[in-house]
Design a protein around this ligand. Structure first.
Ligand code: HDE
Length: 686
């Protein structure tokens, strides 16, 4: 029988090793493979033979590639980096990583959404996970936080209910990665304690521009304990050096279609370009006296401590400078756990934190399938570690000692590790007493005052976005009684917000839900809670989309690209084709994206550099018109060449486009980028 013609490509099978030689393909057992294209058959058209161990092993392994995705935070993206300590803080904590100025501690961070499945889109309206693993010299310390400093519920008992309500409804299996459905709002409207969190998730915090432009929070109150055993309360903050930035909801909807991996790609691009994102670790430090006189309970995870009341003290910086080598090995298998604390860090009795400390090990065992998940490189400590734990599935680092028990009378070499009563982790000896009870403390009863404080701390634009978000979400709720119940909580938060939402829904304002405690209207505005009041100081780290056509002014294009790079931004050229676009001086340039593949919604600011003929040609293209009309409608800053007129008009822009639209002859590229630091012209943005 004739052999089928060779179908192998010329590039795919060449795999270079570090030494420059092509690596020889083998099975998992190291047996060299002669043919990876065809299974072993009895005759070319005959049955496949059972003895084909290569086929069997390959298929067996493939069939077992998937592990259970995380029950929450399934969709995530991780990167490596380091934490660098500013000044030592031994007075606060004995934690080793804070003892030496300039010390660098290896770090791994995983960002995530909460509700969506692993394959869901990045721009879901959702909380973002911000989980940091610090591989310190005294063990791994995980700060498993979010980009929002409060949570929906006060007691871990309600977590499964919250997540069940937020995820797809169990009978129909949808909606995916959305809170805009009956079950979510049904549960939320029956849980007044979630009202403060509702304000945050209905704000633009829930649709960040990227991971690089969002804050992180440890949420709970933790303790720091110094060498003398003195404990101080602490809340953890991650402050992005890039400034805060979010997108708007109409943009989020479009981004999810144009690039469902928008946040992943953003982090990948930035790190590959050497533009390493940074956050400063901030501490809000306070003592028992403050805790006693503070308006709310510091153990209640639905409350913040305003930064204006307890300032955030910056003690180090986190830099992400390396992407993973392999997504599965690192990002998928990384196992965070709130219980991973080091000497000098300790817990409080926050009932949410206590519940979390119990939960995370279960989820890791379920996902990773073995109690030895700590042997995986991404999870293993970087400092020496010695336990007497042994065996189990996939044990890779069993103790080498004779003794696998303790106490033992074996000598130093084979007697195994010994406890360290002085240097080992010791829990803060907090005294607790009281009856065994399922009560919730009365100090947790105020559910609306800080929700109101959050609302009044926003700019008008942000307040409008919150009202719009509530109208969008509640419009997707099919059961009127749920909408009404939810509205009854909003009435307690703020009249203006409640009225705007009621109007948007076309319903009358219901009576206010009976608050367990009177709503405080005396809490002052906290500017730290607004995104727009904490935006970037420059256009650095942002993306500029430059739409060009054949005949575009070559020198204007070069000047703009140079200026953007000089400002630390990433210019991207969008053209009618990705291949050669011919410029005014006869040279050609390649576009990074074709117009429909690189819509303006993907960029922070835009430029339209076209020739007379180019403008006419693009004015007849739907994708080009949408590119321009979206840039306009989304309030983007736009720099255009004088020839762009016909395209702007075809896209429906007014003759005098007003603020935020500059012309290349009148405005230098550097000046334009300075203006674009404001990111949006809000009076024309959605
Ligand atoms: Fe989590 N959470 N959580 N959570 N959480 C998980 O652990 C849980 C909570 C957070 O990138 C799970 O490894 C309970 C608050 C992040 O791998 C699970 C409660 C905050 C991540 C779990 C909470 C978080 C998780 C699922 C209520 C912010 C992703 C997969 C008491 C402070 C970590 C996993 C990563 C993941 C339990 C509430 C943050 C099931 C029981 C509050 C960032 O163990």
């Amino acid at each position: 029988m004739k052999k089928a013609p060779e179908t192998r490509g010329t590039g795919g099978e060449i795999h270079q090793t570090a030494g420059g030689k092509t690596a020889r393909m083998t099975t998992q057992q190291g047996i060299p493979v002669s043919d990876d294209q065809n299974s072993l058959k009895q005759g070319a058209r005959g049955p496949t033979l059972m003895e084909d161990f290569h086929f069997r092993e390959k298929m067996f392994h493939f069939d077992h590639e998937r592990i259970p995705e995380r029950v929450v935070h399934a969709r995530g993206y991780g990167a490596h980096g380091y934490f660098e300590t500013y000044d030592p803080i031994p007075e606060l904590t004995r934690a080793d990583l804070f003892q030496r100025k300039g010390e660098k501690t290896e770090a791994f961070v995983r960002f995530s959404t909460v509700a969506g499945n692993k394959g869901s889109a990045d721009l879901a309206r959702d909380v973002r996970g911000f989980a940091v693993k610090l591989y310190t010299q005294e063990g791994n310390w995980d700060i498993v936080g979010n980009n929002i400093p409060v949570f929906f519920i006060q007691d871990a008992m309600k977590f499964p209910d919250l997540i069940h309500a937020a995820k797809q409804e169990p009978d129909r299996g949808f909606p995916q990665a959305q809170t805009a459905h009956d079950n979510f709002w049904d549960f939320i409207s029956l849980m007044p304690e979630s009202t403060h969190m509702v304000m945050w998730i209905m704000s633009d915090r829930a649709i960040p521009r990227s991971f690089r432009f969002m804050e992180g929070f440890g949420v709970h109150t933790f303790r720091m304990v110094n060498a003398e055993g003195k404990s101080t309360f602490v809340k953890f903050h991650w402050k992005p050096k890039q400034g805060l930035q979010s997108v708007t909801w109409p943009e989020a909807l479009k981004i999810n279609g144009a690039d469902p991996d928008f946040h992943r790609r953003d982090l990948w691009d930035a790190i590959q370009m050497g533009d390493f994102p940074e956050w400063e670790l901030g501490l809000q430090v306070f003592d028992d006296d403050f805790a006693d006189q503070f308006e709310f309970d510091i153990l209640d995870a639905t409350k913040i401590i305003p930064e204006e009341q307890v300032p955030v003290q910056r003690v180090g910086r986190l830099v992400l400078d390396r992407m993973v080598d392999n997504f599965f090995a690192e990002t998928e298998q990384v196992a965070f756990h709130t219980g991973n604390v080091v000497p000098g860090i300790d817990f409080t009795n926050d009932p949410l934190l206590q519940g979390r400390n119990f939960s995370y090990l279960d989820t890791q065992l379920k996902r990773l399938g073995s109690p030895n998940f700590t042997h995986l490189p991404v999870n293993a400590p970087r400092c020496p570690f010695h336990t007497l734990q042994q065996d189990g599935h996939m044990a890779m680092t069993n103790p080498k000692t004779r003794a696998n028990y303790e106490p033992n009378s074996w000598g130093e070499d084979i007697g195994g590790p010994r406890e360290d009563p002085e240097g080992g982790f010791r829990s803060h000896p907090e005294e607790n007493a009281g009856p065994k009870t399922r009560d919730r403390s009365e100090t947790f009863a105020d559910h609306y005052s800080q929700a109101r404080q959050f609302y009044i701390s926003q700019t008008e634009v942000e307040q409008r976005h919150m009202a719009d978000a509530l109208v969008f979400e509640l419009s997707k709720v099919e059961t009127p009684a749920i909408r009404t119940r939810m509205m009854s909580h909003l009435v307690n938060v703020h009249d203006e917000l409640a009225s705007a939402v009621a109007e948007g829904l076309g319903m009358d304002l219901p009576d206010a839900a009976e608050p367990a405690m009177a709503v405080r209207t005396d809490l002052p505005e906290s500017p730290a809670l607004s995104i727009l009041k904490n935006g970037p100081e420059s256009f650095a780290g942002r993306k500029l989309g430059i739409l060009i056509s054949d005949g575009a002014d070559a020198s204007a294009l070069k000047a703009l690209i140079d200026a953007a790079k000089g400002a630390g931004a990433a210019p991207m050229v969008v053209g009618p084709r990705v291949g050669a676009v011919k410029l005014s001086d006869g040279t050609t340039t390649e576009a990074d994206e074709r117009i429909d593949g690189g819509p303006s919604v993907l960029f922070d600011a835009t430029a339209i550099l076209v020739s007379d003929e180019g403008a006419e040609m693009l004015a007849g293209m739907h994708a080009a018109k949408t590119w321009v009309s979206d840039a306009w409608a989304h309030g983007k800053y736009i720099l255009c060449s004088p020839e762009a007129g016909p395209l702007l008009q075809a896209a429906g822009l007014p003759h005098d486009p007003g603020e935020g639209v500059a012309r290349t002859g009148d405005t230098a590229p550097e000046e334009f980028l300075k203006q674009a630091t404001a990111l949006r012209v809000w009076n024309r943005a959605p």
